[in-house]
Design a protein around this ligand. Structure first.
Ligand SMILES: [Zn+2]
Length: 75
């Protein structure tokens, strides 16, 4: 369970990696700045009008969920 893949930052789409030891953890965002932007969006309720996930994003999420979650969903 140690495989770490870069994910696109939800804010600016740059690749974001989990923080290394000693770094501030901003994952899944690429930086503290993008994390703050996300917090602001939540606080303003802007996610209510955010565009729906693309097919590519959905597949990426399902890929990370594992077979157990997929079987649960199919029920
Ligand atoms: Zn970013």
């Amino acid at each position: 369970m140690s495989m770490i893949r870069p994910r696109p930052c939800p804010i600016c789409r740059k690749n974001a990696l989990p923080a290394k030891a000693g770094e501030k953890d901003t994952f899944p965002f690429c930086s503290e700045r993008c994390r703050q932007i996300d917090l602001l969006r939540w606080s303003k309720g802007q996610y209510a009008i955010v565009e729906p996930l693309s097919q590519e994003q959905l597949e990426e999420m399902q890929d990370g969920a594992g077979p157990e979650a997929a079987a649960d969903e199919a029920e």
